[in-house]
Design a protein around this ligand. Structure first.
Ligand code: C2E
Ligand code: MG
Ligand code: MG
Length: 345
């Protein structure tokens, strides 16, 4: 919808009006036996400073609207000149990302997971990196959202799966048996061909399924629980493991832990960060571990940076830890050297 305020006295009046519009849109609407409510995201452009023709004003309001959406929605944003510049950067990035697979610009780093009881490296997580033109590595946090938005994540995800399985198989052939964790984003989880893709990756690389684990987030399974149960069951039937990543940060419905065939909970870094500082995080972590134990799920503490955090997790009965304290994510060769040196000790 477009709202034209032709008799606006001052731009200062816009926030007031925008709030009133948002308020009215949010009023609950009775629908059969239920009440539903809507939210809106609004972008504001002002004549003449943001454009003096219809197309420009609309385009700029549109850019501002996307900002409002990115801010979580149910709000408004004024257009600013740097929005177009940022939109351009995003377009360029998308164009480059489109060719990243063919141009061999993607690579995986590997981060070890340490068993807190035996002190052995039993698991590893594959974490994607994108080598930019200038050789620097772009963090997945900076391009996975774009890859999701554009659908490119599906082909990138296939590449990740195949590469990670291949690497695990190679290490296995070298006498190193590790379980490889691969991240799946929400969008991949909704891809019809996901199960087929995973099956193909296992067959093509000859990796035993028990050495593969897929990490999903709470959001991915909560969106459509029926479908999620079906897909997870099909994946499990292949013989692999399922892990819930960043556990505790999504909208957790504890009921799904029972319904879904999962094997592992990864306790989000935000809780681990504060376990030795505040009582709150400590009790949350204790509760998650207790819950997991009752449901016979393995636990991983994510983002362990200090020996105190490690000791706390070990004392609390957490099974595995992952974090900079033991190792950052590493290129394959460095990873192998680290694990060999560690097991020699
Ligand atoms: P994640 O799956 O939760 O991965 C853990 C992230 O925490 C990694 O960030 C890792 O480098 C970081 N980390 C590990 N230990 C520590 C620590 O002790 N301290 C701190 N501060 N950070 C630590 P990274 O590699 O930047 O990945 C970020 C996220 O991007 C991942 O979070 C995952 O959600 C996503 N991602 C990474 N690779 C892939 C991929 O191949 N496919 C998909 N769909 N998503 C991926
Ligand atoms: Mg992960
Ligand atoms: Mg995580």
């Amino acid at each position: 919808f477009v709202v034209v305020l032709s008799d606006l006295a001052s731009p200062q009046d816009v926030p007031l009006l925008a709030d009133r519009i948002l308020h009215h849109i949010a009023l609950p609407i009775p629908l059969q036996d239920r009440e539903i409510s809507l939210s809106a995201s609004m972008g504001v452009s002002l004549y003449p400073q943001d454009g003096d023709d219809y197309d420009t004003l609309l385009r700029n309001a549109d850019a501002a609207m996307y900002r409002a959406k990115e801010a979580g929605g149910n709000t408004f944003r004024f257009y600013t000149t740097d929005m177009n510049a940022q939109a351009l950067i995003k377009l360029e990035m998308e164009a480059r990302l489109r060719h990243a697979v063919q141009r061999d610009e993607l690579l995986l780093h590997y981060q070890p997971l340490l068993n807190l009881r035996t002190n052995e490296v039993t698991d590893v997580e594959a974490l994607i990196r994108w080598r930019a033109n200038d050789g620097t590595l772009v963090s997945p946090l900076d391009f996975i959202p774009l890859a999701e938005e554009t659908g490119l994540i599906v082909s990138i995800g296939q590449w990740v799966l195949r590469t990670a399985c291949q690497q695990t198989r190679q290490w296995l052939d070298q006498g190193l048996e590790l379980r490889m964790a691969v991240n799946l984003s929400t969008r991949q989880f909704r891809d019809d061909k996901l199960v087929q893709t995973v099956r193909d990756a296992l067959i093509e690389t000859g990796l035993p399924a028990r050495l593969l684990k897929l990490e999903i987030t709470e959001g991915a399974v909560m969106d459509n629980a029926e479908q999620a149960v079906r897909i997870l069951s099909e994946l499990k039937a292949l013989g692999l493991g399922i892990s819930v990543d960043d556990f505790g940060t999504g909208y957790s419905s504890l009921a799904y832990l029972q319904r879904f065939p999962i094997d592992q909970l990864k306790i989000d870094r935000s809780f681990v960060k504060d376990i030795t500082l505040g009582a709150e995080s400590a009790s949350i972590v204790h509760s998650i571990i207790g819950l997991a134990r009752n449901l016979r799920l393995q636990t991983v503490g994510e983002g362990v940076e200090t020996t105190q955090q490690r000791d706390f997790l070990r004392g609390a009965g957490c099974d595995l830890m992952q974090g900079f304290l033991f190792s950052r994510p590493l290129p394959a060769a460095d990873f192998l050297a680290l694990v060999q040196a560690h097991s020699a000790n």
